[in-house]
Design a protein around this ligand. Structure first.
Ligand code: HEC
Ligand code: HEC
Ligand code: HEC
Ligand code: HEC
Length: 417
C-alpha cells in the first residue's frame, strides 16, 4: 500500500515535469492560442503512459522515429502519401494504443506490422509521445477537398422522382382512385422490394414496370423514403360492400404477420391499415389465383371465399394507418455533432485515448471508416457508428474533418489526487 502510494507520487511528479516540458515543446512549435490544456487524472492502467512521458523519453522517441517511422510518416509526422495518416499532434495514449494494436495483430496492416514488430513497449511509448508532441498538420483548404457528392436531400430527391406517380397513387401517396394502392404508411424496405419486383418481372404489372424501368436503385430508395415520411391517412376512396366486423374476425389469421390493426411491425411485411379496399381485394385474389406469387401469402389466402375477402378488405381499409419506423436521414452537420461527442469539438479530441480527426487526410478517414464497417478494424463504438453511415455520409464526414483546424492538446496531470 505504502509502496504504491510512493510510486504514484513519483509518477505524478515526473508527469508534472513532463507536462511542463511538453507545454514548452508545444509553445515552441505552435502559437499559444492553438493549444489547449486539458487535465487528466492518472488512470487505472498503464494506458496513459505516453501522456506522462518525460522530455528524455520524447527525445528517445525521436531516435525511434528516425530509425523506424520517418521513411513513411516523415520526422514531422505529416504525411504526403495517400493511405498514410498524419500522426503529428495526435493524442499520445491513442498513438500508443494503436501501436500496440499493430504489434499484437489486432489491427492488421503489412506496412505497420513490420515497423513495430521488434520494438519494446518503452520504445512505443517514446515514439508515441514524440509524434504527439509535434505541431499538427494544417487543414487542407476547403477548395482542395473533393467534398463528397454534396449529398442532395434524399427526401426532396424522392419527391421529385415521384412527381409522375401522384396521378395514380395520390398526393403524398394517399390514393383517391379505387384499385390504386396508397403508398403511404408502408416501410421503405417493402416499397423498394415491391418496385424492384416490378422491374425484374417477379411481380407482373406491365404499367408499373414501364414507370419504374428508368429509375435507378438510389432513386427507388429516395422515392420509398419520401412516401414513408408522409403523413399517413386512410385512402380517400369509397368503401366497398364487405362487412368490417366479419372481416375483423377473419383477420385473426393475418394478425401474426400484418399486426392486430393491420399495422405491421416487420419492414418486409406490408401494413394494410387504411389501404384502398378495392386494391386489397385485387391483391388477395392475385395471391389466391397465383398471378402474384409469394410463398408466405399462398397459404393464408388459399381457402378464402369472395365474401370473406371483401370483409377482410373492408376491415383493413377502415383501420388507422401509422407511420413506419423510419427516421429523417441526418445531415453531415448533424452527424458531426454526434461524432464530436467523443472526438471533441470539430474533431479535436480532449481525451488522450480517443483520436483527433481534425486535419486528418481525407483518403485515410474514408479508408478507416470502411474498415470499421467491414470489421477489418475492430472497435465496438466505431462499429456501431459506421454501420449506420451510408457511402455519401462517409465521404462528407471525411471531407468535413479534413477541413477542420487541428489543435494540439497539452495534457496536464494535476498534483495530489
Ligand atoms: C512502410 C511504411 C510505414 C512505416 C515504416 C510506419 N508506418 Fe505507421 N502507418 C503506415 C500506414 C500505411 C498506416 C495506415 C494503416 C491503416 O490504415 O491501418 C499507418 C498507420 C499508423 C498509425 C495509426 C494512425 C491512426 O490515426 O490510427 C500510427 C499511430 C502509426 N502508423 C505510427 C507509426 C510509427 C510510430 C512508426 C514507426 C515505429 C510507423 N508508423 C512506421 C505506414 C508506415
Ligand atoms: C397509371 C397509374 C400508375 C402510375 C402512374 C404509377 N403506378 Fe404504381 N401502381 C399502379 C397500380 C395499378 C398498382 C397495383 C399493381 C399490382 O396489382 O401489382 C401499382 C403498384 C405500385 C406499388 C406496389 C404497392 C404495394 O402496396 O405493393 C408501388 C410501390 C408503386 N406502384 C410505385 C409507383 C411509383 C414509385 C410510381 C411513379 C414512378 C408509380 N407507382 C406510378 C398504378 C400506377
Ligand atoms: C406468414 C406471414 C403472413 C400471413 C399469416 C399473412 N400475410 Fe399477407 N403478406 C405477407 C408478406 C410477407 C407479404 C408481402 C408479399 C409480397 O411481397 O408480395 C404480404 C402481402 C399481403 C398483401 C399485399 C399488400 C400490398 O400492399 O400489396 C395483402 C393484401 C395481404 N398480405 C393480406 C393478408 C391477409 C388478408 C392475410 C390473412 C388471411 C394475410 N395477408 C396473412 C405475410 C403474411
Ligand atoms: C462513443 C464514442 C465515439 C463516437 C460517437 C464516435 N467515435 Fe470514432 N472513435 C472512437 C474511438 C474510441 C476510436 C478509436 C478506436 C480504435 O482504436 O480503433 C475512434 C476512431 C475513429 C476513427 C479512426 C481515427 C484514426 O486516426 O484512425 C475515425 C475516422 C472515427 N472514429 C470517425 C468517427 C466518426 C465520423 C464518427 C461519427 C459518425 C465517430 N467516429 C463517432 C469513439 C467514437
Amino acid at each position: 500500500m505504502k509502496r504504491r502510494a510512493r510510486k504514484f507520487y513519483w509518477i505524478a511528479s515526473v508527469a508534472v515535469v513532463a507536462a511542463g516540458v511538453v507545454i514548452a515543446a508545444m509553445v515552441r512549435y505552435s502559437t499559444s492560442e492553438e493549444t489547449q490544456p486539458v487535465s487528466v487524472t492518472p488512470g487505472k492502467s498503464d494506458d496513459l503512459r505516453a501522456v506522462y512521458a518525460s522530455a528524455l523519453e520524447v527525445a528517445e522517441g525521436k531516435h525511434v522515429a528516425e530509425a523506424s517511422c520517418a521513411r513513411c510518416h516523415g520526422l514531422d509526422g505529416v504525411s504526403k502519401t495517400k493511405g498514410i495518416p498524419h500522426i503529428a499532434g495526435q493524442r499520445p495514449a491513442y498513438l500508443h494504443l494503436e501501436l500496440r494494436a499493430y504489434q499484437t495483430g489486432v489491427r492488421g496492416e503489412k506496412a505497420m506490422d513490420g515497423a513495430v514488430k521488434y520494438l519494446s513497449d518503452d520504445a512505443l511509448v517514446q515514439v508515441a509521445a514524440y509524434y504527439a508532441s509535434l505541431d499538427p498538420p494544417q487543414p487542407i483548404p476547403a477548395s482542395a477537398v473533393k467534398s463528397g457528392p454534396a449529398k442532395p436531400d434524399p427526401v426532396q430527391a424522392g419527391k421529385d422522382a415521384a412527381a409522375g406517380c401522384a396521378g395514380c397513387h395520390g398526393e403524398g401517396g394517399v390514393s383517391k382512385i379505387p384499385g390504386m394502392p396508397s403508398l403511404v404508411g408502408l416501410h421503405p424496405k417493402y416499397l423498394v422490394a415491391a418496385m424492384k419486383a416490378y422491374k425484374s418481372g417477379d411481380r407482373k404489372h406491365d404499367l408499373m414496370k414501364t414507370f419504374l424501368m428508368p429509375k435507378s436503385d438510389s432513386e427507388l430508395e429516395n422515392i420509398a423514403l419520401y412516401y414513408a415520411l408522409q403523413k399517413p391517412e386512410r385512402a380517400k376512396t369509397p368503401p366497398i360492400s364487405g362487412k368490417p366486423e366479419s372481416g375483423e374476425a377473419a383477420a385473426a389469421a393475418c394478425a401474426g404477420c400484418h399486426g392486430n390493426q393491420g399495422v405491421s411491425g416487420n419492414p418486409v411485411t406490408p401494413s394494410l391499415a387504411g389501404q384502398d379496399a378495392q386494391y386489397l381485394v385485387t391483391a388477395i385474389k392475385a395471391y389466391k389465383d397465383g398471378s402474384r406469387k409469394d410463398e408466405t401469402m399462398t397459404g393464408p389466402v388459399a381457402a378464402l371465399d369472395d365474401n370473406t375477402i371483401n370483409d377482410l378488405a373492408a376491415f383493413y381499409a377502415a383501420q388507422t394507418p401509422k407511420p413506419p419506423n423510419v427516421r429523417m436521414p441526418l445531415t453531415t452537420a448533424e452527424w458531426a455533432q454526434k461524432c464530436d461527442r467523443c472526438h471533441g469539438i470539430n474533431g479535436n479530441s480532449t481525451d488522450p485515448l480517443t483520436p483527433a480527426l481534425a486535419g486528418q487526410r481525407v483518403d485515410y478517414l474514408e479508408k478507416v471508416l470502411h474498415d470499421y464497417r467491414t470489421r477489418a478494424r475492430k472497435s465496438p463504438p466505431m462499429a456501431a457508428m459506421s454501420d449506420v453511415l451510408d457511402e455519401a455520409d462517409i465521404e462528407n464526414l471525411a471531407a468535413h474533418y479534413a477541413r477542420q483546424k487541428a489543435r494540439a492538446v497539452v495534457f496536464v496531470i494535476p498534483l495530489g489526487k
